[in-house]
Design a protein around this ligand. Structure first.
Ligand code: SF4
Length: 275
């Protein structure tokens, strides 16, 4: 369910852009070469938390702050992301790691509990696999990564492990990382026609259709432009976070301004429940 003419125009714009692939080093990322065998675990457990749990209210933290807090924990304790340690993490310990009260922010009880369970579940799962390695493992089978038909978090993790300088996996067969920034942009640019019914009647079905359309749009953009999924994700994710935001939208700074036909839809807010 894509608006083909809009997709073609968007592809022309994307094709003209110079986009540097992320190598997942730098801010909030483990340094290259240090504790090299532990780095994939940091990313596996942290990528697992790159998901929303529904609509947030002012002051409630999102997954980027949680990533940042995990990185601080990684700097303090390299064993925190060892599968055995993760499997035995207590609720109180996770509560301490994700305590943002010093900044006047908070994680809801439901969100905290769910993230704690994700962390422990993945730790338990990896601990049961003899001679585990990410290079030999189908990542989408791992606990916590295994319930999404579009493999958003699995693709993010594959991308990170494949594009880090260490090349933890040499398989570049990762797919699109379809998150709500990507969906919001594709709706606002008019590539995905938006229907009110999607939001009101059956949210789960509506969301599934939106995600499938967004997945298809990114696959098409890759074929039309020759850009990698890493480049496309870098473009859409950063534009969605910094420019085409749910609120305080900044169209004047947007690379898609000349083709965007749906700027009035600034109220659109998509929640990828649990993805
Ligand atoms: S022009 Fe505005 S509404 Fe359209 S994609 Fe860019 S920021 Fe979003």
């Amino acid at each position: 369910m894509l608006e083909k003419s809009k997709l073609d125009r968007l592809a022309e714009v994307v094709d003209e852009l110079t986009i540097t692939e992320r190598d997942f080093t730098g801010d909030d990322m483990p340094e290259v070469g240090q504790d090299i065998e532990k780095i994939p675990y940091f990313f596996a457990f942290t990528a697992l938390q790159m998901c929303g749990t529904g609509r947030k209210v002012d002051g409630e933290v999102g997954c980027s702050r949680i990533w940042s807090r995990f990185y601080e924990k990684w700097c303090e304790d390299r064993h925190f992301f060892d599968p055995g340690t993760a499997a035995g993490t207590s609720y109180a310990e996770m509560e301490k790691v994700l305590d943002f009260s010093d900044r006047g922010l908070w994680v809801s009880d439901k969100d905290l509990y769910w993230r704690w369970q994700l962390h422990r579940g993945l730790g338990r799962h990896i601990s049961t696999i003899p001679d585990f390695s990410f290079a030999n493992m189908r990542i989408a089978f791992l606990e916590g990564f295994n319930y999404d038909p579009f493999e958003k978090k699995a693709n993010l993790l594959r991308m990170i492990l494949a594009c880090r300088p260490e090349r933890f996996v040499d398989n570049h067969q990762y797919g699109p990382v379809v998150d709500y920034h990507v969906m919001r942009l594709l709706i606002r640019t008019g590539v995905i026609p938006f229907q009110e019914a999607m939001q009101s009647k059956n949210m789960a079905m509506g969301e599934r259709m939106l995600r499938e359309s967004a997945f298809s749009a990114i696959v098409n953009l890759k074929m039309k432009t020759g850009k990698s999924y890493n480049q496309l994700d870098t473009l859409f994710w950063s534009t969605g976070r910094q420019i085409c935001r749910p609120f305080k939208i900044r169209c004047r700074h947007c690379p898609f301004e000349q083709v965007c036909s749906n700027k009035s839809a600034i109220e659109i807010r998509i929640d990828t429940m649990n993805y």
